[in-house]
Design a protein around this ligand. Structure first.
Ligand code: SF4
Ligand code: SF4
Length: 485
């Protein structure tokens, strides 16, 4: 069930007061006023068990993110997406554009993985592991708290006239932000071109690496703009996953949710009011303190139901749990729960949809594993040299020139030999023997000579066998052009 339907169902089963508020929040997004002007958010720093768990996870992710480019397996990067050279490394295994089926299946697997995960756990990825949220909320935001103080102090600083102290704070913050953005940009560059190429750009004569240095500067500026200015809008405006998720959530998806049955009617705590007095006026557990709203990094009120802007960061859970503990009520007014869990008290269950997704996921994984296990060590293409026609040799034979492109996907050097398979003739690799270096691509020109009487008129299909250590690795089909008779 799409998120809109889930919300509609939640709103319909809610008391009238909540329904009124539910419709209001749809009129404008939380980070813009009614005229569409940006509303700068000052989320309070959360405190609690989920925030502590996120902090611990963040350290792990940061080590992984920034250490990744330095890790090599069999001399290859752990992860490298070199679009420029069209060379990719995953867990130290090099992939080439010829592995397009592996990429296609890998991509499908990735999408299906997201679908299964989102259908089961909502946007847990966004709040806990997405690099944008991790860097924004757990690194840049913490630096901001450290330099400019709490959310309230930040607001006051913004309103305050310019002074030496304000200038010092702002300069320090933005200098650190820019330095961090530069490091992030360089790390991304290392994932694209590899750490060795990045080191060369940094240490070599700058005039030889103008494009590399331009990208370095560009990435730094983009990340600075993202984390210093654009912030949560990357999640609410740009990220397609936020929109995509609305098609994946249903009433059994576990999301960060407000238990409106327990919370409504919300109402302020009255001085000296006992629990019994509060119950007698049908007041729920929500004391309308807005603590859950003030910590939200996307500025929404989770009490309005599941919203596209919610990144499942759990800050509101921590905030509300603290309030509940203070007023002597059980924690979990806001918690991880499904709509059915809140509405009907149903336990978490694996739905047929999730089972179907998992089966597809399994089938795709099996396909990918099979492809990886049966991936050939060498990939060879033989194309006629562009613009070249046939030639007659002094011995009266007909010759054709070909361009040979080879990719050695294995980790060892490979001597390769080519043989004509279906026709007698001569095959010469111009430039000597073929020795394919490990995990490299190479090219060579190949001259094929065939006696005219062996040829058909015009085009003759030719098969060329690719051998290494006497074992045929591949057979290539091509066309040999001869005179028309
Ligand atoms: S923090 Fe809890 S009690 Fe306070 S407004 Fe939010 S849901 Fe209600
Ligand atoms: S509503 Fe709660 S979980 Fe969702 S983004 Fe805001 S604070 Fe995070």
């Amino acid at each position: 069930m799409p998120v809109e339907s889930v919300n509609k169902r939640r709103a319909e089963s809610c008391p009238e007061s909540l329904r009124r508020e539910s419709s209001d929040f749809r009129d404008h997004i939380s980070t813009a006023d009614k005229e569409g002007r940006r509303k700068w958010l000052y989320p309070h720093q959360p405190r609690g068990r989920f925030y502590r768990a996120r902090t611990a996870l963040t350290w792990l992710l940061l080590v992984f993110m920034f250490g990744g480019p330095f890790v090599k397996i069999h001399g290859n990067p752990l992860l490298m997406i070199n679009i420029v050279e069209r060379k990719f490394s995953v867990l130290g295994v090099i992939f080439w554009p010829q592995d397009n089926l592996v990429f296609a299946l890998g991509f499908l697997l990735f999408l299906m993985g997201i679908a299964v995960f989102t259908a089961a756990f909502g946007r847990l990825w966004c709040g806990w592991t997405c690099p944008q949220t991790v860097m924004m909320e757990m690194v840049f935001r913490k630096i901001e708290y450290l330099i400019e103080g709490s959310a309230t102090e930040q607001k006051a600083l913004r309103r305050a006239p310019w002074s030496a102290s304000k200038l010092a704070k702002k300069t320090t913050k933005h200098s650190i932000f820019f330095a961090l953005s530069f490091i992030i940009g360089n790390t991304l560059l290392a994932y694209i071109i590899g750490i060795d190429a990045l080191k060369t750009i940094i240490t070599d004569n700058p005039s030889r690496h103008l494009s590399g240095l331009t990208f370095m500067a560009l990435f730094a500026v983009v990340f600075y703009a993202l984390f210093a200015r654009f912030r949560e809008q990357a999640c609410t405006f740009i990220c397609p996953y936020g929109r995509f998720q609305s098609t994946l959530l249903d009433e059994n998806t576990i999301v960060v949710a407000y238990d409106y049955k327990r919370g409504e009617q919300r109402g302020r705590l009255r001085r000296d009011e006992t629990r019994e007095q509060r119950s007698s006026r049908a007041a729920g557990d929500c004391i309308d303190c807005f603590k859950c709203v003030t910590v939200c990094p996307t500025g929404i009120d989770i009490r309005n139901g599941t919203q596209m802007e919610c990144v499942n960061c759990t800050a509101c859970i921590d905030a509300c749990d603290q309030v509940m503990t203070k007023i002597g009520r059980p924690r979990g007014l806001i918690r991880f729960a499904s709509l059915n869990g809140i509405e009907k008290g149903e336990p978490v269950r694996v739905t047929p949809r999730i089972i179907a997704y998992c089966l597809i996921l399994l089938a795709l994984s099996a396909g990918l594993v099979t492809l990886l296990l049966t991936r050939s060590d060498v990939d060879v293409t033989l194309l006629r040299a562009p613009g070249a026609l046939f030639q007659s040799t002094p011995e009266g034979r007909i010759s054709n020139l070909y361009l040979l492109k080879m990719t050695n996907k294995s980790r060892r050097e490979m001597p390769v030999e080519l043989r004509l398979e279906n026709i007698d003739g001569g095959l010469t690799v111009l430039g000597g023997e073929l020795n394919l270096p490990a995990e490299k691509q190479s090219e060579a020109s190949v001259l094929v000579e065939i006696a005219p009487e062996k040829l058909a008129s015009g085009n003759t299909p030719v098969k060329v066998g690719v051998y290494s250590a006497g074992k045929r690795l591949q057979t290539i089909k091509t066309i040999f052009i001869g005179p028309r008779r």
